[in-house]
Design a protein around this ligand. Structure first.
Ligand code: BQF
Length: 283
């Protein structure tokens, strides 16, 4: 069985569109997202244009800030601060990865936590860990929405996350835990990976290794969410051996699974940022 992320994402986009309309009618404010793109990484160019298009579709204003590959650290930090102080901008994201000479961590820490729609600022990471209201990183949030909208219960399930990145593995494990799953995190040093993945009723593949998850590593009837985005011979493939695994489990395709959800969660976070700033419901 297949979970159609593209279609679920389209449904959510419609819901967000009406919420944006309602917010804008009520407050006379159009939510605004600034996307900072440094250099010309081809994948980043595609991601940024997908985000702009999605904003446009739901009535969010997007400001693309294109900066040269060679921009000094201080100048980029100044740009972020400028956007922190721009009232028409409610969300700010810095498209990653940044060129090597730039300190990603320091730049993310310059973003005002109240505008950090990617949820990468340490203040928001901390809020997530302790279970406070915060901006949840888009991909992990998309993973949870995909599972829930497929009517798969999380509570009480055995969930296994393969991968421990700050952007996907760690936050998705925290969210599953918050939803009362029993969570195991596996990584490159994990011994006997198949033994552990075979126990998973919910399996999150976020290792960044093409076709790592084979059918013999998956429990019958499990829900398998493939977060991998790997380019192999110019083709996009996930971390899951889709053809094999699809026969015995419920699985998300790549492309058209988690990816479209990631973009839609950014819209959700941007609307949330505008609401918090304009209506001030959050302390
Ligand atoms: C799809 C991303 C790695 C590093 C930086 C739809 C996206 C991708 C796939 C997309 C991603 C991945 C994004 C599909 C944004 C997800 O149909 O499968 C959309 O635009 N993404 C990013 O901004 O930075 C990344 C992955």
């Amino acid at each position: 069985m297949i979970i159609d992320g593209k279609s679920i994402a389209a449904d959510i986009r419609q819901e967000i569109k009406s919420q944006v309309d309602e917010f804008t009618k009520k407050t006379n404010v159009k939510p605004g997202l600034a996307v900072i793109l440094v250099g010309e990484n081809p994948a980043s160019l595609v991601y940024v244009s997908q985000k702009e298009k999605a904003c446009d579709e739901v009535g969010i204003a997007s400001l693309k800030v294109v900066l040269p590959e060679s921009i000094p650290q201080e100048e980029l930090e100044m740009k972020v601060e400028e956007l922190n102080n721009e009232p028409a901008i409610h969300g700010i994201l810095v498209q990653l990865p940044l060129p090597d000479h730039l300190d990603e961590k320091k730049i993310i820490e310059k973003i005002s936590p109240e505008k950090d729609v990617d949820g990468f600022h340490p203040v928001n990471v901390g809020r997530l860990v302790v279970g406070e209201e915060t901006f949840v990183p888009c991909t992990p949030q998309g993973v949870i929405e995909l599972i829930e909208r497929s009517n798969i219960e999380i509570e009480g399930k055995r969930a296994v996350v393969v991968g421990r990145s700050n952007i996907v593995g760690k936050p998705v494990a925290l969210l599953l835990l918050q939803k009362n799953a029993t969570v195991t995190i596996c990584h490159t040093r994990t011994r006997n990976l198949p033994e552990i993945t075979n126990q998973a009723e919910i399996l999150i593949a976020a290792a960044g290794k093409p076709h790592l998850i084979k059918a013999d590593m998956v429990k019958d009837g499990a829900c398998v969410i493939d977060v991998g985005i790997n380019r192999v011979d110019g083709k996009l493939v996930g971390d899951v051996d889709f053809e094999e695994v699809e026969k015995k489990a419920i699985v998300t395709p790549v492309p058209g699974g988690v990816g479209p959800m990631t973009v839609v969660m950014l819209l959700k976070n941007t609307l949330q940022a505008a609401k918090w700033i304009v209506e001030g419901e959050k302390k």
